[in-house]
Design a binder for this molecule. Structure first.
Ligand code: KIV
Length: 245
């Protein structure tokens, strides 16, 4: 699974035959320049979900339920999830478990497939005190195992495990019947998820430790733009030969 937010990238991901596209609330940071995902709204998520759906009509699309949208009661959660589904999502993803497992169950009973997300849950950035590995103490690991079991009972069809020790991710994966999808949680989860721009190395200033860069695409972008500027500013102007007759 890869996180992407626009029609063009979705079209490329479909061509690359990725299993699922996540319209992550990381869109607030990557595309909108906010410091955290706390700034994502249902409207923002719906707009990007619709764009991704237009780019990838046949792909399985998961849309993130943004900050607090699963914490204001059933009506609010159903309205938010409904908006994302009508924008083109096949499922929604909800961070955390404590205090809203009943809402997850209610959405599932309402016919909305829900993916869980435990470990480093970026919407809780201010409470977690930063982007740190979770589940390191025996008590925290036990809590994560309990939360995973509670989400499975609530009916999630899959569970993202973000930034937890690999042995714990392996244990949770073995305990659950539903598949786990890891990010910074080692190799022993059922699937893996990355943000597309991290995989591509599009941001020279953001290098999450766990995200393997398959390219350094920022260098290609900067190099191509500099080449264009050089051509436009100099005598050599190949762009003119591109003008249709
Ligand atoms: O918002 C996002 O991109 C995510 C992934 C990192 C799992 O939730």
């Amino acid at each position: 699974m890869l996180a992407a937010y626009d029609a063009l990238m979705a079209r490329l991901l479909a061509r690359a035959e990725v299993d699922a596209i996540l319209v992550g609330d990381s869109v607030a940071m990557v595309m909108h320049g906010f410091p955290t995902t706390v700034h994502a709204t249902v409207e923002m998520m719906a707009t990007h979900t619709a764009a991704v759906r237009r780019g990838a009509p046949e792909q399985f699309i998961v849309a993130d339920m943004p900050f607090l949208s699963a914490r204001r009661g059933r009506d609010c959660a159903v309205a938010a999830a409904g908006q994302l589904m009508q924008a083109g999502a096949n499922a929604v993803k909800i961070e955390g478990a404590a205090g809203h497992a009943d809402i997850v169950a209610f959405l599932v009973e309402s016919g909305i497939p829900v993916m869980g997300h435990l470990g480093l849950t970026p919407q809780a950035f201010h409470q977690l005190g930063g982007y740190r590995t979770q589940g390191r103490t025996p008590a925290a690991a036990a809590q994560l195992r309990d939360d995973a079991a509670a989400l499975e009972r609530a009916g999630v069809f899959a569970l993202v495990l973000e930034c937890i020790p690999p042995p714990l991710a392996k244990e949770i994966t073995a305990d659950l019947a539903v598949p786990t999808i890891g990010i910074g949680a080692g190799a022993d989860t059922d699937g893996q998820v990355l943000v597309l721009s991290d995989l591509l190395g599009l941001d020279p200033d953001f290098r999450p430790r766990f995200a393997h860069r398959y390219r350094e695409a920022h260098a290609d972008v900067i190099g191509a733009v500099q080449a264009f500027a050089h051509d436009v500013r100099g005598a050599h102007r190949p762009i003119e030969s591109e003008v249709p007759a």
